[in-house]
Write a protein that binds this ligand. Sequence first.
Ligand code: FAD
Ligand code: NAP
Length: 709
Amino acid sequence: MYRHCLQLFCLSGLSSMPVCEVKRRFVLLYGSQKGQAQSIAEGVAEEAGDHGLVAELSCLDNSEKYNLEKETAPVVFIVSTTGDGEPPDNALGFVKRIKRKTLASDHYKHLCYALLALGDTNYANFCNCGKTIEQRLQELGAKQFYPTGYADDGVGLEVVVDPWLDGLWEAIKEALSKMTSDSTGYLNVDAGASPKETADSSPPDIQLNLLSITDCQNCELKTEAKDAEVAHVTLAASLTHSLPPLSELALNVPLLPPPYLDVSLQEAETTEQVSIRENLHEVPISKAVQMTRGDSVKTALLLELDISACPMMTYQPGDSFDVFCSNRATEVEDMLHRLGLYDKRNHMVHICLLKDTKKRGAQVPSYIPQNISLLYLLTWCLEIRSVPKKAFLRALLEHTADGVQRRRLQELCSKQGAADYNLYVRDPSLSVLELLTAFPSCSPPLSILIEHVPKLQPRPYSAASSCRRHPGKLHFVFNLVELPACSVRPVWRRGLCTGGLFDLINPVLVFPGKTESSSKAALPKIHVSWRPSCSFRPPADLSVPFIMVGPGTGVAPFIGFLQQRYGKQEHPEATFGETWLFFGCRHRDRDYLFREELEGFVSSGTLNHLKLCFSRDGHEEDADGATDSVTRCRYVQHNLLCNSQSITDILLKQNGRLYVCGDAKNMAKDVNDALVEMMKTALGRDQLEAMKTLAALREDKRYLQDIWG
Ligand code: FAD
Ligand code: NAP
């Protein structure tokens, strides 16, 4: 049934490899934003030898290190998803390449693959990057040799990752053993054979979600409620107390994640000045302006950074960049006290792997530098505000003395307690510190924290300026995030980065109506790094008409677009396509961001149509014509619908583009729905056809989104 290949040595990259090596070889490719997919892939590479296999590990953007066009060995992909279903930065190029329409439908006919997709069901488009790669591989003729795993960071990646890895080794060996060569000299694997299948069996269910397997496998503890010391009588459920039926149920609790780090503290000098990341710039803030009036619902602030000393930072409109913020000093101090380590805060942290750890592919976190103090670790390396995952709660159980508290932690990480976990942990964004405060008998060792608390992430912001208009300067605008007090958090708190930035600039802030700050205090510096965008750019061809939709701070990149375009007079010979901006905020007089600048763009002809809506003013007005009162236009999408003829003409007849920036959860979805409606009317077609048209526009990079939430 299977023809074995005798032509291995003709194939690219294999000429010097002995046959036995070739038969054990597989290609392992990862795309990773925060390092999780990379770390899993590195673990697989390390373990391959134990299974008699040789892994060729590459990052997807190292395209010179692998060649899928000629690859004959099984290929394993491990990819995460970021933002609103985007590929990680280091997989962008690969995804773009395989999406080329010119590729023939048998382009990857010779390829057999397995894929592990990482995602988070708390965000839109779960595992979208993995799904996109998988769909494209299949469209191009590649064959799957092992069902895809979809791991959810929302409940703990390991729930799917561990069983998926368990089955992977046999699957690779089986795929290797089934390799045959066809007349072209390429190796083939029998179509769709899954690890446990014979060659004649039917293809696997490629959408198999391994969560269903693990639901029944991961039930180590079956805890009877009567065993727990539920002595308190509670009137209402809360983070720390449950009510029947949950308090009386037997629980399915996840397996204890194997500990893997050996952490010790040494009284020694540390070399504290460690850089948090390569290509990081420390840049001065040259201006800080409050853009909203004191009585507005949200406070929007504009920062101007002086980047003149960083010639590498030449940004384009549409780019965003990362701001590195530290954890708040007071929270770090509280955490040190809570861990009983305040007196050792200046000790050096020494981290190595536990000798007998059972954790697969365990590694010391690469984002924790050597020779740092405990204070530095908690300030710059761990996101101590992060929401504890269920696996973390499970690990904390082992270090909780009080029976009632233990039972509640069991409930919160159990299958039966999923609703309570969402209500008291996930939805209010409960932090690790808040959890430890609520469960005082829990005394976790530092190692557990390092194993479970994720890396402190930088926060991205869109550039709200153009280098052309502001040479050596970079502007960005943000809303001060405020999380209200609630049952799990008696005191409201600010977002980590926006709150930290506010504290920094508060003394030097320029208030609305003023041109400079009343304070002579020195302007502070912040750490930033670049993250260029691939496609969220204004059209290079000035004659292409485009539409921008950006309510609230979502207007930021469009200020950069328009600044870049400003100065039509410099190109008297050029034809300029029409520009439209749909902006919305709550009140014209309180939070209309960039008002003067936008009106200036209209006067100069840079912006042809400025469509405004004020969601909480009693009346609205069509801004460019100041004509009729369009009372139904509360939000940007209502204004889009009022102008549907012009918009559909631009998109369907004039080859124009549409950009959307801002809130992903509500606004971007509603704008999309409005576009579907407009397409239905314009095309005289049904919902499905309208959606297909929009999908084609997206594919063509003519409907572009930069959204978050
Ligand atoms: P965190 O401490 O991270 O947030 C705490 C909690 O608040 C989160 O768990 C979340 O549930 C909630 N939260 C987060 N953001 C909001 C919000 N806006 N309103 C209500 N609740 C929230 N933001 C801008 O203001 N301007 C920009 O130009 C901008 N550009 C971005 C570009 C990209 C590519 C991306 C991915 C995001 C962008 N953001 C922008 C969002 C920004 O990166 C931060 O997420 C935001 O400023 C909150 O950061 P924080 O550390 O203050 O809040
Ligand atoms: P916002 O203050 O939340 O809202 C601005 C306006 O949008 C308000 O008038 C609001 O009205 C209205 N609105 C509410 N729901 C809407 C809906 N479903 N459809 C259309 N409009 C709606 O704006 P913001 O705080 O600046 O939020 C923008 C979000 O985008 C933030 O989360 C920010 O972090 C993010 N952001 C992302 C990027 C990026 O990804 N590149 C860039 C900038 C900002 P009401 O309140 O009256 O309902």
